[in-house]
Design a protein around this ligand. Sequence first.
Ligand code: BTN
Length: 267
Amino acid sequence: MTSNRDVLEPEFIKDRLGPSLFYGNIIYHESLDSTHRMAKELARQGAPEGTVVLAEKQTAGRGRRGRAWDSPARANLLFSLLLRPALPPHEVFALTMILALAACEAVREKTGLDVLIKWPNDLYVGRKKLAGILTEFALKGKGIDYVILGLGLNVNWNPNSSHSTALRTETGRTVSRNELLAGILQRFEAYYKDLSPGPRARYYEKWNALSLIPGNEVEIESGQERIQGKALRIDQEGALIIRDEEGRERKIRNGDVTVKRWWGEEL
Ligand code: BTN
């Protein structure tokens, strides 16, 4: 079975996935306010781990830091995954990391584009944003009740800002969203199945190898602070390690990164 149509087809995706975490749990809507909000509502009602909420269009798509996430109908990938991992809350970032890795690898395979991960949760082609991940979680006692991972990936429509791009803009052709989604879910599940420390350390190695940030001069907005320095690497906890202007190594757990000067760029 192949799919060239421009509608999302849960049956096609199921066919590609076969028996798997997501197989019986794909919830498809033509239009939703936000797949993220819907996935959270389902999680609170007890929906199982592996639920995928997928929409052709969102009327109130949400990005990080209260920003909006826009996309016209039937053009891009907009979905949220519901997970109930047996992880301590401080390790939730490992899930954002494996979704970024899965999406980065699937896009590379389907398009040949040199896509990279911009810490902590974006995908970039060159200097333009292709996709973003939104991660939210809720606790039950000291453990995790659920985690919602949302991905917005510009496939066949480009937000038209000078800072963003889409696969179609980069490749000049329409890319099958069904094929791409199946590829992302397959890869994600393979990583998710084993998040124990040994394999996770290897995932972080891959993540570093596909990371856009190390080597560049950056400014990070983290809480009230603005920190400047040279990005060095992403550590095994998902934190960004930079060398600040005083020459000290600093560990940054979250924030928004702006590249001030790219590696090799003249002053
Ligand atoms: C960001 O870069 O700020 C993250 C964007 C995440 C957008 C996705 S689209 C599917 C899911 N539903 C939402 O409302 N948001 C996420």
